[in-house]
Design a protein around this ligand. Structure first.
Ligand code: NAD
Ligand code: DAU
Length: 337
C-alpha cells in the first residue's frame, strides 16, 4: 500500500509510521507534517533512511501543496493524524485548533476529492461524545457532546469528513480512540507528564479531585486498529477504539509513583480544568466484530514499558521540555496552584 500520513512526526503518527515500515505494510510512505511544538523528527530516527519513506515539512491547510503531493505520489490512502491535540492548550488558545483541526481537515478533503483518492482515514477521538454517565458506554451512534474547543474542533472535522462520503462518495472512514499512552508522547499529557515529574521528584498536579475516568489504550494497539480499519473498514463508517481499561486519574498516578519509587505525597491538588469531562467510556465491539482487532497490551505492562522508555531517554525528555514547554507549563499550571 502507498500511504500519505499527516502528522507523522507526532506521538501516534510516528508510531504508525514505524509500524507500517517496520512490518512491511507500506511500499511507500509519505509523511506530511508542519513540525509544530508537538512534531519531532527524532521520533522517526528508526525509519529516516528507509528508501520507501519521504518526509515533507508542510501545513495541511496548504491545499495546493497537498494536491501536488497527492498528484506526485498517487497514494492508495491518506491517514490523517495531524491536529492540535491537547485539551488544556485549546482552553488557553482555541484559534489554532479551528485552523488545523477544522480548516486543515477541510483542505485535505478538498485535495482528496480533486484526485478521487481511494481511501481517507480520519483519526479522531472519543472526546467528541463528551462526558458519559455511568453505566453507559458510547457506541458509534452516541450523540456528539463535545466539551472543549479541542473536542468541538474534532467533532466538526468528523462531520465534515463523513459529509464527503455522503455527498461526494469520497471513501472516508473515521476512527475514535480513547486516551493513548506509550513511548514518545509529549509530556503535556497526563501519563508522560506524571512520569517525567515523578522521575525528578517534582510535584504531580492533579486537576480537582482526580476521580475523572479515562480509558487507556496502548499506542501500538491504536495503530493496529487504524491499520485494520484501513485494510478492512467500510467507507462512511465510524469505528471506536478503546483500551477497555477505565481508571480514575488518581489511581493511574499512584501506579506511576509506586513504579518509580516515589511517595504519594508528591500528588498536589490544583484547580480543575474548566469544562472537565468526568468520564470517558466507549464500546469497541463494532471494531472487534468487523475487523477482528483486539487490544493486546495489558495496562500494567504497557505502563511499565512506558516508564522504562522515559527512564532510558532523558535526553529526549530534556529536549522536548526546553524552550516553548516552559512557557506553556507556566501559563497552564502557574495560575492553578
Ligand atoms: P500530537 O500532538 O503528538 O501530534 C500532532 C502532529 O501533527 C505533530 O507532529 C504536529 O507537528 C502535526 N501538525 C499539527 N498541525 C499541523 C498542520 N497544520 N499541518 C501539518 N501537521 C501538523 O498528537 P497525537 O497525540 O499523536 O494525536 C494524533 C491524532 O490522534 C490527532 O488527530 C488526535 O486528535 C488523535 N487522537 C489522539 C489521542 C491521544 O490520546 N493522544 C487519542 C485519540 C485520538
Ligand atoms: O480521549 C482521547 C483524548 O485523550 C485525545 O483525543 C486527546 O488528544 C488527548 O490529549 C486525551 O485527552 P485528555 O484530556 O483526556 O488527556 P490528558 O492527558 O490531557 O488528561 C487526562 C486526564 O488527566 C484528564 O482527566 C485531565 C487530567 N490531568 C491532566 C494533566 C495534563 C491532570 O489531572 N493533571 C494534568 O496535569
Amino acid at each position: 500500500m502507498r500511504v500519505l500520513v499527516t502528522g507523522g512526526a507526532g506521538f501516534i503518527g510516528s508510531a504508525f509510521v514505524r509500524l507500517m515500515l517496520g512490518e512491511d505494510r507500506a511500499t511507500r510512505l509519505v509523511n506530511l507534517d508542519k513540525l509544530t511544538y508537538a512534531g519531532n523528527l527524532e521520533n522517526l530516527t528508526p525509519v529516516e533512511a528507509d528508501p520507501r519513506y519521504r518526509f515533507v515539512q508542510g501545513d495541511i491547510c496548504d491545499t495546493q501543496l497537498v494536491l501536488e503531493l497527492l498528484r506526485e505520489e498517487k497514494p492508495d490512502a491518506v491517514v490523517h493524524f495531524a491536529a492540535e491535540s491537547h485539551v488544556d492548550r485549546s482552553i488557553l488558545g482555541p484559534g489554532a485548533f479551528v485552523e488545523t483541526n477544522v480548516k486543515g481537515t477541510f483542505s485535505l478533503l478538498e485535495a482528496a476529492r480533486a484526485v478521487a483518492l481511494p481511501r481517507f482515514l480520519h483519526v479522531s477521538t472519543d472526546e467528541v461524545y463528551g462526558s458519559i454517565e455511568e453505566p453507559h458506554d458510547a457506541d458509534e451512534n452516541y450523540p456528539l457532546r463535545a466539551s472543549s474547543p479541542y473536542s468541538a474542533s474534532k467533532a466538526a472535522s468528523d462531520l465534515l469528513a463523513l459529509s464527503y462520503w455522503t455527498t461526494f462518495k469520497l471513501p472516508v472512514m473515521v476512527t475514535r480512540a480513547s486516551n493513548n499512552y506509550g513511548p514518545y508522547q509529549f509530556p503535556e499529557k497526563l501519563i508522560p507528564l506524571m512520569i517525567s515529574n515523578a522521575l525528578e521528584g517534582k510535584p504531580l498536579p492533579i486537576y480537582g479531585d482526580g476521580m475523572q475516568v479515562r480509558d487507556w489504550l496502548y499506542v501500538d494497539d491504536h495503530c493496529r486498529a487504524i491499520l485494520a480499519v484501513l485494510e478492512r473498514g467500510t467507507p462512511g463508517e465510524i469505528y471506536n477504539v478503546g483500551g477497555s481499561r477505565a481508571l480514575p486519574n488518581r489511581e493511574v498516578v499512584e501506579k506511576i509513583l509506586d513504579a518509580v519509587g516515589q511517595p504519594h505525597s508528591l500528588m498536589t491538588t490544583v484547580a480543575d480544568r474548566p469544562g472537565h469531562d468526568r468520564r470517558y467510556a466507549i464500546t469497541t465491539e463494532k471494531l472487534e466484530r468487523t475487523t477482528g482487532w483486539q487490544a493486546r497490551m495489558p495496562f500494567e505492562e504497557g505502563l511499565a514499558q512506558t516508564i522504562a522508555w522515559y527512564r532510558s531517554n532523558p535526553e529526549w525528555v530534556a529536549r522536548v521540555r526546553s524552550g516553548e514547554y516552559q512557557s506553556y507549563y507556566a501559563s497552564n499550571y502557574g495560575k492553578r496552584a
